[in-house]
Design a binder for this molecule. Structure first.
Ligand SMILES: [Cu+2]
Length: 377
């Protein structure tokens, strides 16, 4: 096996000697750097949001728009006589601005990297990740000053196959020091923990992809809670050599945002935008195998969960075994945990999926699978 190469411009700090800023402690103690104070109109309290959702209040002023909740029927094809059509639901008025991050596109977008072969025949996949400060929209009219990989939250879904050589070119174009910590088996200096990358500097991570399964990557710069919550995370998917059965594959990252910086989340979602998949249901085919790559990166709350309506799924925790699964309709995941879910709908119509913590669902973590009878979805 070749020794991983570090780029010449990597930061030369020795392991065990992290950036002195690492010792400044929890969030409030870290001096703000190039970050403007939050405008007061961003400060939606969790309680206000929840109350608005529960009561269908007229609206709450948010930055650049109105976050209001009203009862609506599913926007899926309502010709289906499914049971969900008999229920009113809550969701914010309006939609996120076009041209930004699209959670519907993110669902099925996998970055397989630039592929070549090393002299020994091993497949080499190269990826580019750039840390950059970006304002993102987490609900209609609600903006969040994020730190991102490649301008999006979550970052690109990095996909490879067990045994591939993975090479990640990382540039820190943000205003704070960052790293990329990949879950997996690799050398210490490829772990993204001690080699802090200062703004304007770069680093190259290189390792063999192992084990196969559903993993993640995230910044590991202290204070860790802040660097993750600000948006520096993504999915790292390692396929088994023999592959998995053909399926409609969807990436779902359970995340949440503390939009008023009080240490609690105000908006919950899969893939960043609250209520997105309720307003834009995910179409599935009846009798088609669906595979959800589910990752939990929610900060501030110890656990998150996924509950599927009208069905059960095979739950492969961490995706590291092909022959061992749980048959259930609800899975709980702690921060950093992930699971691969496989299911097939036998009945057409709209079916909800959501966090089984009702509060999370009412604050945005809810969606709809619109199961189609016709084959050409
Ligand atoms: Cu960071």
């Amino acid at each position: 096996m070749e020794k991983p190469n570090a780029s010449p411009d990597r930061v030369g700090e020795a392991p065990g000697q992290p950036d002195p800023r690492a010792t400044v402690g929890p969030d409030p103690a870290e001096p703000p750097r190039n970050e403007p104070p939050e405008p007061p109109e961003l400060r939606l309290s969790r309680r206000e949001l929840l109350k608005a959702g529960a009561l269908g209040a007229a609206g709450l002023a948010a930055a650049g728009g109105t976050l209001a909740f009203r009862p609506q029927r599913p926007s899926a094809d309502t010709s289906h006589p499914g049971p969900a059509n008999h229920h009113l639901r809550m969701e914010p008025v309006g939609d996120i601005q076009p041209g930004g991050f699209d959670p519907s596109a993110f669902l099925t977008h996998f970055d397989a990297g630039r592929v070549s072969r090393l002299p020994n025949g091993q497949v080499l996949r190269e990826y580019s990740l750039v840390a950059v400060d970006t304002e993102i929209e987490v609900a209609p009219g609600v903006f969040f000053p994020a730190w991102t990989y490649n301008g999006q939250v979550p970052g690109p879904t990095i996909r490879c196959t067990e045994g591939d050589r993975v090479r990640v070119h990382f540039v820190n174009a943000g205003s704070h020091p960052h790293t990329i910590h990949f879950h997996g088996i690799h050398a210490a200096d490829m772990d993204g923990t001690f080699e802090i990358v200062e703004p304007g500097q770069s680093y190259m991570y290189e390792f063999d992809a192992e084990p196969f399964g559903l993993h993640l990557y995230h910044c590991h710069t202290p204070p860790l809670k802040k660097h993750i919550h600000k948006g520096l995370y993504g999915v790292f998917l390692v396929d088994p050599r023999e592959g998995r059965p053909p399926a409609r594959e969807l990436v779902m990252v359970m995340n949440a945002f503390d939009t008023d910086f009080d240490g609690e989340n105000e908006v919950y979602a899969v893939n960043t935008v609250g209520f997105h998949y309720q307003k834009h249901p995910i179409r599935l085919r009846k009798n088609e195998l669906t595979r959800v790559y589910l990752v939990n990166v929610t900060e501030f709350d110890p656990i998150n969960s996924f509950h599927l309506h009208g069905n059960f799924f095979r739950c492969y925790r961490t995706g590291t075994r092909l022959d061992h699964y749980e048959w259930t309709d609800t899975v709980m995941l702690c921060q950093g945990e992930r699971a691969i879910l496989e299911f097939t709908y036998r009945f057409p119509g709209p079916f909800m999926f959501h966090a089984h913590q009702s509060e999370f669902a009412e604050l945005g973590w809810v969606g709809i699978f619109d199961v189609q009878e016709v084959p050409n979805v």
